[in-house]
Write a protein that binds this ligand. Structure first.
Ligand code: PHE
Length: 344
């Protein structure tokens, strides 16, 4: 038996395998049910008792060595398979995946905000679910103003003095700014607003606004006009002209609607401006003294102007989109047209 064991040790040392199949054959040859090592283990039963200890140890070593040798060969074969496998071609182009891009409404909102930032305005934000006080009362809306009716405003809670509602304009953020910020104030308030309107090509129940507020000593209507003219020229091009038409808002006095000269026909009249040469872009006015007073600002010392515009409307004018609903449907064919639109 001793020779047989030594012989198998030698065979193991000389063993070679070039493939996984040959490794498996070697395993069967030595360690399989009828393998050489297995056979010796069986013979062990017949070994004389005084030799059992010595041979037992020796056989165990042999079995371990056989297992180790097979593992070693297996590892070598795997390694050489990896090494000989065809190399990855690192110059191959990678798999491309579609990149998202900004939504056109976000692009325009950012452009508007960036223009006013250049003029020194801060950005202020506030809650979308607001109370009646910040959306209406502090802004000088009389108690029976139609905007306070169910058909114009989405109420979240009713039945008490200061109901919660979805803000109908971001002027509420201006009120919150006046309440907590020291003077002078120069802010723009971008945000989502909600109105109980039937959805059509020109109106939606959810849209976006950027409103602005400037309060300091001696702020005049001329300052308002100049700020809006500069904004319009940055937004629609240096040739742009503006005109102001008298209007009414409870929170400004005097109030105006602002039109810009049509950037398509340059005033000649086309179907975008409906032949007038002008496009309406925002409402504005001098902050009503009652609004200043409600927020603890002395109207004898301070004055200010406010303006507010719809982001979708500016985006429609900028890109001649004729249906507001495109901005909400997320049709990839529409959105992709803006994938390369540059941001200011
Ligand atoms: N808050 C007005 C609106 O939502 C816009 C506006 C803001 C008008 C400030 C004048 C001054 O329509």
């Amino acid at each position: 038996m001793k020779e047989a064991i030594d012989q198998i040790f030698k065979e193991l040392a000389d063993l070679k395998a070039a493939s996984a199949k040959e490794v498996e054959e070697a395993r069967i040859r030595f360690l399989g049910k009828k393998g050489e090592v297995t056979a010796l283990m069986e013979q062990f039963r017949t070994v004389a008792p005084e030799l059992k200890r010595e041979y037992g140890q020796r056989l165990n070593e042999l079995k371990k060595a056989a297992n180790a040798r097979i593992e070693e060969l297996k590892f070598k074969v795997e390694e050489s398979e990896v090494a000989s496998a065809p190399k990855e071609d690192l110059s191959m182009p990678g798999d491309s995946f579609p990149l998202g891009s900004r939504h056109p409404v976000s692009i325009v909102r950012q452009q508007i905000v960036d223009i006013f930032r250049k003029f020194g305005y801060d950005v202020a934000e506030g809650p979308e679910i607001e109370d009646d006080y910040h959306v209406f009362e502090a802004l000088n809306f009389p108690p029976n103003h139609p905007a306070r009716e169910m058909q114009d405003t989405f109420f979240v809670s009713t039945g008490h003095l200061n109901p919660l509602l979805l803000r109908t304009h971001t002027s509420s953020v201006q009120v919150r700014t006046m309440e907590k910020q020291s003077l002078p104030i120069r802010v723009v308030c971008p945000g989502r607003v909600f109105r109980n309107e039937a959805i059509s090509a020109r109106a939606h129940c959810i849209f976006h606004q950027v409103e602005g507020l400037y309060i300091d000593k001696d702020v005049t209507f001329a300052d308002l006009k100049q700020a809006i003219l500069l904004f319009a020229r940055e937004m629609f091009g240096p040739e742009t002209e503006i005109r102001m038409r008298p209007s009414y808002f409870p929170f400004t006095e005097p109030s105006a609607e602002v039109d810009v000269s049509c950037n398509i026909c340059h005033g000649k009249g086309c179907n975008i401006c409906k032949g007038t040469g002008w496009l309406e872009i925002m409402g504005c006015g001098m902050v009503d003294p009652n609004v200043l007073k409600a927020s603890g600002i002395d109207p004898n010392e301070y004055s200010g102007f406010a303006f507010g515009m719809g982001v979708e409307r500016i985006a429609m004018l900028k890109w001649q989109v004729n249906d507001l609903r495109h901005y909400f449907e997320n049709d990839m064919r529409f959105l992709q047209e803006f994938a390369t639109a540059t941001e200011v």
